[in-house]
Design a binder for this molecule. Structure first.
Ligand SMILES: Cc1cc2nc3c(=O)[nH]c(=O)nc-3n(C[C@H](O)[C@H](O)[C@H](O)COP(=O)(O)OP(=O)(O)OC[C@H]3O[C@@H](n4cnc5c(N)ncnc54)[C@H](O)[C@@H]3O)c2cc1C
Length: 816
């Protein structure tokens, strides 16, 4: 069809695999009034030249879900829409050069098993049986994924387009969107052929996504954080031996990934396709001298084989057969990267009815799942799986061009890198600094990055090993361990101080502020002068977020939440406040600093510094002076000891911190805080608290007030679930593991059956034990029950604990 309609409910900008998959899934969900605009022919962006590999492997639960779903979709799509489809499920072998890599494989195997996949670990001897042309030098083993394969990206896109069209979606090719306008609640999308009005816009413009996002800036949007990298693969000539082997065996070789050398090698007809992610990589279109062209449809960058030399040679040593063939083709195309390498799927920050489905590095593998997720966001306002890993709101305004380029290059060059728990990827540090940043460094602070803010993870002493190499381990212990232990002990026995820049905070004021908030939270609002931990449910009764609410007067509140949640939680408030003309929500995160002062001696220490009333009970706050500076003292402690948070405007921080340190408060860091909170069962956002779980499953019933007069969000669903009962429940486990703590999504076993998963884990230095928080099948939740936790492939005994904190179960220390 070529005529431009005047109106559509949803307009999707971009006809690559992702945009088309969004259209297909929206139509499948019954939203057929959709129009997809493509500036050229479908697939003209990155899709046409993609190698088409479709892995399921990931160490992220949500990405694995998305990729697994894609493979299931692609297996049946050809038949479902009656379109020819070259989808070769060849299986894949991922080679491991180190013990740590084999442990990573074990972890993915456990997650895969939980998702119903049959990932296997191979011994060296097995590898040759499956891949006879391989040399096994320097290898420890491998992972075999039978669901891996490759698909023709153009056919895939056309099949999805056919399916979408059959259901009523309109696809308009050679019709670029050139701008947008807003008319009240309606968007106008401008094209060279005229304008279209739409309720919802989806930005699926691939490597043009940033340019499209710029149109939305006048309406509250932001520039998408991304960079386009140049990515190449090399196709070899045909190899006679491979042809014969394929004929005799009746199938192709499995796809090979030498992840520690950083390339994949795939059989392409009877030759090879070699695709490296090289360290000496090249970003494009990110400087004034190299601007993004207006059109790059079906174009490539010039070949740059020099960059790949090391990888080609390494691959030829690994599979000598490769050396027998010359190069027949080089493909060098743009591949977009966000600063963490995951795509953007979900609501566009700062905007209503605008969604993003773009910046895909693995769009062929993820396109199917991404379409499902995006369609759920639009049609149901929530997704089946928690998709924070891909949520556009995870990047806030610290992601300038320099950051995007440096991070994009780092991720590209370490595409298969291992994400160890204590490792900090070093590129582009120091985006947002605490007013006392240099003091923290002076004290030995080893920094981590939290929503762009630098916070100390731990404090090193003079001869401690602070190299990056020391952090390349899954083990609990390393140079930090003794220091983290000392920091936790100072919190337990004495007094310690943590600088916490970047706490997200919002001010809520106006005549109906309390009515507005009461409708959003599941529990009760605190009284004036008090603080409460409050939960926000979605319509399904699942955990949307957690915020601390401080009430100053009837209609004057401060809400405090995690640094990472800044734009996510702001969106919850801003989206709902539109119905309240008199309520004002403002983000004041950048104006304030926070110190946590905690430990049994904290009252004594603060006594000499403040006129405030230190006898006010737990969960109160007061405006007072600390060290002569105006401050708010809040009596809470995430660390589980007597303690206060000191909130001040930024310029007072330095003096107060210096004073506390001079009075012998010991600096502590985020690693210690994580250990301390685990011992108290305090949940962490987007680990223990996510939309994968309902409030009732997450054990948060005491934060739900079903008899409050207000019909709060999620109440009907919570009531329904309460009647039906939950299938799994939040538990605390003590784990018998000598060297490792349970990472997120480690499987729980009982009688050789998977019965749950961990949501976080770590060592508790006060209780002297490894702890895991997690979700366990309801029938196994009684205290004392023995289960097993699979940690990097090893099943470790674990015991279900009482539904109370492990440390100070009655909260006596906090309340003293
Ligand atoms: C060499 C290479 C090999 C790769 N191999 C693989 C692989 O094996 N497996 C894998 O999963 N991924 C692979 N990728 C990545 C993959 O190609 C991308 O992730 C994927 O194609 C992204 O799809 P998309 O739909 O998001 O973007 P695109 O395919 O870029 O589609 C975006 C579309 O938007 C259109 N558009 C832009 N602006 C406008 C506008 N204003 N109006 C209308 N239309 C507009 C463009 O013309 C384009 O067609 C590879 C990439 C490269 C470079």
């Amino acid at each position: 069809m070529s005529e431009l309609p005047s109106q559509a409910r949803v307009v999707i900008i971009g006809g690559g695999v992702v945009g088309v998959s969004c259209a297909y899934h929206l139509a499948k969900a019954g939203w057929t009034d959709c129009l997809l605009l493509e500036k050229n022919e479908l697939t003209a962006g990155s899709t046409w030249h993609a190698a088409g590999n479709v892995p399921t492997f990931s160490t992220s639960w949500s990405i694995m879900n998305m990729q697994r779903y894609s493979t299931e979709l692609y297996s049946n799509l050809g038949a479902a829409v009656d379109y020819p489809m070259n989808y070769n499920v060849t299986g894949s072998i991922r080679l491991g050069h180190s013990q740590e890599r084999m442990q990573e494989f074990q972890r993915a195997k456990g997650m895969g098993l939980y998702q119903g996949m049959n990932i296997e670990i191979l011994e060296l001897s097995d590898i040759k049986n499956i891949y006879p042309f391989i040399e096994t030098h320097e290898l420890k083993g491998a992972l075999y994924d039978p669901a891996d394969g490759d698909i023709d990206p153009a056919q895939l896109t056309q099949a999805l387009a056919k399916g979408a069209r059959q259901l009523g979606v309109k696809i308009l090719r050679f019709c670029p969107a050139i701008g947008i306008k807003k008319h009240h609640d309606e968007w106008e999308i401008q094209t060279e052929k005229g304008s279209i009005r739409a309720e919802i816009i989806v930005n699926a413009a691939g490597y043009y996504a940033q340019r499209v996002s710029e149109w939305f800036i006048p309406y509250g949007g932001r520039k998408i954080p991304m960079v386009s990298m140049s990515h190449q693969y090399v196709v070899s000539e045909q190899v006679t031996e491979l042809q014969e082997w394929t004929k005799n065996s009746g199938h192709k070789l499995p796809l090979l990934r030498d992840v520690d050398s950083s390339y994949y090698l795939r059989q392409e007809k009877h030759g090879f396709n070699l695709g490296p992610y090289e360290r000496n990589c090249k970003p494009h279109w990110c400087t004034e001298n190299d601007p993004l062209p207006d059109d790059f449809s079906f174009q490539l960058y010039p070949d740059d084989l020099e960059r790949l030399e090391w990888y080609v040679e390494d691959a030829m040593k690994r599979v000598p057969l490769l050396g027998k063939a010359g190069i027949s083709k080089v493909i060098n195309g743009p591949i977009p990267y966000t600063p963490d390498g995951n795509p953007l799927i979900g609501p566009a920050p700062g905007l209503k009815n605008v969604f993003e489905a773009c910046v895909f590095t693995f769009g062929i593998a993820q396109g199917g799942g991404a379409g499902k997720v995006l369609a759920e966001w639009i049609t149901e306002k929530s997704t089946e799986w928690d998709m924070w890993s891909c949520d556009p709101r995870r990047f806030t305004d610290y992601t300038d061009n320099e950051y995007c380029v440096k991070k994009g290059m780092e991720i590209y060059g370490h595409e298969y890198g291992m994400h160890f728990p204590h490792l900090r990827w070093p590129a582009a540090p120091d985006r947002r600094l605490s007013p006392i940043h240099s003091k923290i460094l002076e004290l030995g602070g080893q920094m981590g990055c939290y929503n762009g803010w630098e916070r100390a993870n731990w404090f090193a002493k003079k001869d401690d090993d602070i190299s990056m190499k020391a952090t390349q381990t899954w083990k609990r212990n390393g140079p930090w361990e003794i220091r983290v232990k000392e920091e936790c002990e100072a919190v337990r026995d004495h007094v310690a101080v943590l600088d916490l820049p970047g706490f997200s905070r919002y001010k809520i004021t106006g005549k109906d502020a309390s009515i507005f908030l009461d409708k959003l939270i599941t529990g009760s609002l605190p009284k004036s002068g008090r603080i409460s931990l409050s939960y926000f449910s979605d319509e399904r009764g699942r955990v949307l977020t957690e915020m601390s609410i401080l009430r100053h007067s009837e209609n004057d509140f401060t809400l405090i939440t995690a640094a990472a949640a800044q734009w996510h939680d702001l969106a919850i408030l801003k989206n709902s406040v539109q119905d309240y003309a008199d309520v004002v929500v403002s983000d004041i995160s950048a104006d304030y600093s926070t110190l946590i002062v905690t430990g049994p001696k904290s009252r004594e220490l603060l006594k000499g510094l403040t006129e405030g009333d230190l006898s006010l009970p737990w969960l109160t706050h007061q405006n007072t002076k600390v060290n002569g500076c105006s401050a708010m003292l809040v009596r809470v402690s995430f660390a589980g000891e007597l303690g206060w948070e000191i909130h001040v405007i930024n310029r007072y921080l330095n003096e107060i911190y210096e004073k506390l340190i001079s009075l012998d408060a010991k600096p502590f860091g985020m690693f210690a805080l994580n250990s301390l909170r685990l011992e108290k069962n305090y949940r962490a956002w987007k680990g223990d608290l996510s939309t994968d779980y309902s409030l009732l499953e997450a054990g948060l019933e005491r934060f739900i007030k079903l008899d409050k007069p207000v019909e709060f969000v999620g109440k009907p669903a919570i009531l329904r679930e309460k009647q039906q009962g939950v299938n799994k429940s939040f538990v605390t486990l003590k784990v018998d593991s000598k060297k490792f703590d349970a990472p997120y999504m480690s499987t729980l076993w009982h009688n050789n059956k998977i019965v749950g998963e961990t949501t976080s884990g770590g060592w508790g230095y006060r209780v002297n034990h490894s702890i895991a928080l997690g979700m366990l099948s309801k029938d196994l939740c009684e205290p004392g029950r023995k289960v097993e936790v699979e940690i990097y492939g090893e099943r470790c005994a674990a015991t279900v604990q009482e539904n109370k904190p492990l440390w100070d179960p009655e909260n006596n220390r906090i309340k003293q």
